[in-house]
Design a protein around this ligand. Structure first.
Ligand SMILES: Cc1cc2nc3c(=O)[nH]c(=O)nc-3n(C[C@H](O)[C@H](O)[C@H](O)COP(=O)(O)OP(=O)(O)OC[C@H]3O[C@@H](n4cnc5c(N)ncnc54)[C@H](O)[C@@H]3O)c2cc1C
Length: 319
């Protein structure tokens, strides 16, 4: 039984592979990666250095932007060729389209946003958050065949190794494709480092009163060479950022997360679960975030942040 993994970045493949290995250990015999894009051979080379059985590469101008019909055809071709029973995709808006197309065409079940995989009585058991992160739903895959999307930032990334898997170049005929892409606007990255890849993340919540005050958050992120993000109200209601951290936004897994003026509602904290160390700054000693935090500073962020940045800069020898 083979497993197909498909993501867009090195990190996606590293995480998908860790999850795929849980299945391979029990019932699988091979894991293949599919790399799709334009000028993307570097990514394929990197993925080939993971502990993987083969890499299928679709590298062509036609894959420059996401056209679901074309991407679907590429994935379907490899699923057919490898006789894959399990298809694992990194969760995002694109793979939710692809997952639906693949599951309906292949007559398989689709489980999205998986955060845990295990086995029970020889069957794959998956968990995914429901009710905006307030509960986890357990789903058993009958027959061990399914299309799955995995929430990024949850599974520990597999390290790259020295061994190189074969890279098999593939192409598809797009002459009869019905859907044409008119315009593509790439996702705006909030800071210089994408949130999901950052080792340090500074999160701002409604304790930050004005958009201009986000400069303090950015300054701290810059000093710690990290990324910055916000809670949903700051992005979705105030429009201060294009994306947010949490169950309905981006899941993060940094070494350090500093939550500033964030109350710690479950919809937010379910997106920061993978953080190694959480520091919370909040003026309310009863704020739920302190239950999640490893370290807490009770106080006014407007007093604490300038001091914190000043002290960190002194330590780093910066002005
Ligand atoms: C379906 C659904 C999905 C959702 N998904 C998400 C999601 O993915 N991510 C997300 O973040 N939210 C999400 N939410 C919203 C979520 O429920 C909360 O409303 C939100 O996380 C609260 O944001 P907050 O902590 O910034 O604001 P608040 O809850 O208002 O907290 C502000 C905090 O700042 C503190 N504070 C105020 N002033 C200061 C100061 N000067 N110094 C220090 N501390 C101060 C306060 O004590 C308070 O604890 C979702 C909601 C729904 C219904």
């Amino acid at each position: 039984m083979s497993i197909i993994i498909y993501g867009e970045k090195e990190r996606s493949f590293q995480e998908l592979l860790s999850a795929a290995k849980i299945i391979k250990e029990k019932i699988g015999d091979a894991i293949y990666a599919v790399v799709i894009g334009h000028n993307i051979s570097d990514l394929a080379e990197k993925v080939a250095s993971l502990d993987i059985d083969g890499v299928y590469l679709f590298d062509d101008e036609q894959f420059r932007a996401f056209n679901p019909e074309i991407y679907f055809r590429a994935l379907k071709m490899i699923i057919d060729e490898t006789n894959a029973n399990i298809v694992m995709l990194e969760s995002n808006y694109k793979t939710k389209i692809l997952g639906g197309l693949l599951a309906s065409t292949l007559n398989l079940g689709l489980i999205v946003d998986i955060v845990e995989i295990s086995f029970e009585d020889g069957k794959i058991l998956t968990k995914r958050p429901v009710y905006a992160g307030k509960a986890l739903s357990t789903q058993i895959i009958e027959g061990n065949k399914a299309v799955m999307t995995l929430k990024p930032g949850i599974f520990s990334p597999t390290e790259f190794g020295g061994k190189k898997a074969n890279i098999i170049k593939k192409s598809i005929d797009v002459a009869d494709v019905k859907m044409s892409l008119i315009e593509f606007t790439p996702k705006v990255v909030v800071g210089e480092i994408p949130l999901e890849d950052a080792e340090v993340v500074i999160g701002a919540g409604r304790g930050v009163k004005k958009k201009e005050d986000l400069e303090m958050i950015k300054e701290l992120a810059k000093t710690l060479e990290g990324a910055w993000g916000v809670t949903r109200p700051l992005a979705a209601d105030y429009g201060w950022a294009p994306e947010w951290i949490g169950i309905s936004g981006v899941s993060i897994k940094p070494k350090l997360y500093i939550a500033i003026g964030i109350s710690g509602q479950p919809q937010h904290t379910s997106g920061i679960r993978g953080s190694k160390i959480i520091v919370a700054i909040n003026k309310d000693p009863d704020a739920p975030i302190f239950k999640f935090a490893d370290y807490g500073i009770i106080g006014d962020l407007y007093q604490i942040l300038p001091e914190l940045v000043k002290r960190l800069k002194e330590i780093k020898g910066e002005k």
